[in-house]
Design a protein around this ligand. Structure first.
Ligand code: NAP
Length: 489
């Protein structure tokens, strides 16, 4: 299959926080892959910036090491790495200081797209935005890319938006939610809006419920300090799960255009009903001792706070108050140290109105599964006659569409979300980035939910590491006569 790639203009991309974890693991490896695939213009330049003092040569060595570590050997070759590194430079800058800005200004070329990736903590966004303008480095066509977390509640998100708006227009601000850069997530829009098949069924009359699961096997790791002030609701639901819910629930936009798509997502967020305490289950993982004598830390040990009541797991039943979805709940769950690393959306359809086959125990509903990781792809189950002479018995078969097969490749060439999103920044396409009002609306829905459990001083339920979460999360669906899909890779 010949891939059609929308060309990218020559650019100067400045990465603030270039020595950090995200830059090493995602940004530079992603940029290299795009370069190696010939999808970056010859004239592209990438300038790293952070406080550490070093020259271009020293920084290139760091980038080379990151590529060694994070790009599989089969996807990398010496010649293209050398070529790529020639396009990489470095300027030492303290976001809150005065040094280094003139040196950066001198490196920026005229007639190129200027993009600035803020891969630093949000407390530095304002200082960076201000200095880019006051030193004449940004121009009206410049873009800034900001990382999550975008605030920790509505007030802080509004403050961040206001700070950025002092220096850049909304059309210049790219708020990253890397879930939106995933191939499957975009395919969800293609499947919904480029086929006649689904739209007539895509509503509460035909869809029983929707499940969105983002399960991780890792704990909070080295991020314990940050995570314990945030929790699963702020870290995952307010942004990633909310975005997935929007793509499932939104009305067809009139065009695949950034504001048309984001307007429709915003309407969904505004239609979300408040969630009462009976529809929320929060959890915290327990530790245990393995047979070999080593031990798995509990959440409390991982964050070093024995009194923490922050959640490492959350499940919620969410209702959308509009004509399309009234009566069809969306069940969301996400957590750490669960049994498998698996992210998927499952759309569970209703029973046919009447079964001409009578009671058949093997009947099960049609399910459309959109798999984000691992093995990105979609799958639709349908009922057919069980093959053979055994009479009219029903059996379920999958109509599988894993992208690796559909693209005729081994799957590893599906671009990483970050590489796709960075190229969209250069192309000036904001469709897959969150708009300021969207982020604020998401916090406006999230804030009272969190305030509710804080006021009640709810403690999270304990769950075993390696399980599917607390028992009560199962009950959330059982009491509605439903059950969660198994979490499996
Ligand atoms: P990190 O590893 O702590 O790196 C922070 C970077 O910022 C370093 O390059 C640091 O370099 C630089 N820096 C710190 N203070 C600075 C200052 N005053 N002026 C200029 N540079 C400064 O953080 P990270 O994990 O890469 O995360 C970066 C951002 O991405 C954060 O907002 C984080 O929430 C977000 N994020 C990260 C991940 C991830 O997987 N890591 C995922 C999603 C979102 P110097 O010390 O040399 O200045």
């Amino acid at each position: 299959m010949v891939s059609r790639v929308i060309p990218v203009d020559p650019f100067d991309l400045v990465i603030f926080g270039a020595t950090g974890d995200l830059a090493r693991r995602k940004i530079f490896p992603g940029l290299y892959r795009r370069f190696r695939d010939g999808q970056m213009p010859e004239e592209a330049r990438i300038i790293g910036a952070a406080r550490s003092e070093m020259d271009d040569f020293g920084f290139r060595k760091q980038v080379a090491a990151a590529l060694d570590e994070f790009v599989p050997a089969s996807r990398r070759d010496e010649a293209s790495v050398v070529d790529f590194l020639e396009r990489v430079g470095y300027v030492a800058i303290d976001a809150t200081g005065t040094g280094g800005w003139d040196a950066l200004a001198a490196r920026m070329r005229k007639e190129t797209v200027h993009a600035f990736y803020f891969s630093v903590g949000p407390s530095l966004f304002g200082a960076l935005a201000e200095r880019l303008q006051s030193h004449g480095i940004a121009d009206p066509n410049s873009r800034i890319v900001v990382e999550k977390p975008f605030g920790r509640d509505l007030a802080s998100a509004q403050e961040l938006n206001a700070t950025l708006a002092e220096h850049f227009e909304e059309r210049q601000i790219y708020r990253i939610d890397h879930y939106l850069g995933k191939e499957t997530v975009q395919n969800l829009m293609a499947v919904r809006f480029a086929n006649i098949l689904f739209e007539p069924l895509w509503n509460a009359r035909h869809i029983d419920h929707v499940q969105i699961t983002v399960a991780e096997t890792v704990g909070v790791g080295g991020r314990g300090g940050y995570y314990d002030k945030s929790g699963a609701m702020r870290d995952m639901v307010q942004n990633h799960l909310m975005q997935l819910l929007c793509l499932i629930a939104m009305e067809p936009p009139y065009r695949f255009d950034p504001d048309a798509v984001r307007d429709e997502k915003l309407k969904v967020i505004r239609a979300l009903e408040p969630v009462g305490s009976e529809d929320i289950v929060r959890g915290q993982y327990l530790g245990h001792r393995r047979k070999d004598g080593t031990s798995v830390n509990s959440y409390l040990e991982d964050v070093g706070n024995p009194a923490s009541i922050c959640e490492s797991f959350i499940a919620l039943k969410v209702n959308i108050a509009n004509w399309r979805w009234k009566g069809t709940p969306f069940y969301l769950r996400t957590g750490k140290k669960l049994r498998a690393r698996a992210s998927e959306i499952a759309v569970i359809f209703k029973e046919p109105p009447h079964s001409i086959f009578g009671e058949d125990e093997s009947w099960s509903p049609n399910v459309l599964t959109i798999r984000l990781q691992p093995n990105e792809g979609m799958n639709m189950t349908v009922m057919i006659k069980e093959p053979g002479p055994g009479g009219m018995r029903l059996t379920e078969v999958p109509l599988d569409m894993s992208f690796a097969e559909a693209l005729g490749e081994d799957g590893t060439d599906i671009p990483d979300a970050y590489e796709r999103l960075i190229m969209d920044v250069i192309r000036g396409n904001q469709t897959l980035f969150m708009r300021g009002d969207e982020v604020e609306a998401a916090w406006a829905w999230t804030d009272p939910i969190i305030a509710g459990w804080e006021a009640r001083e709810d403690k999270p339920r304990k769950y075993d590491a390696g399980s599917s979460g607390p028992e009560d999360a199962l009950m959330l669906l059982h009491r509605d006569g439903r059950r969660w899909r198994e979490i499996r890779e």
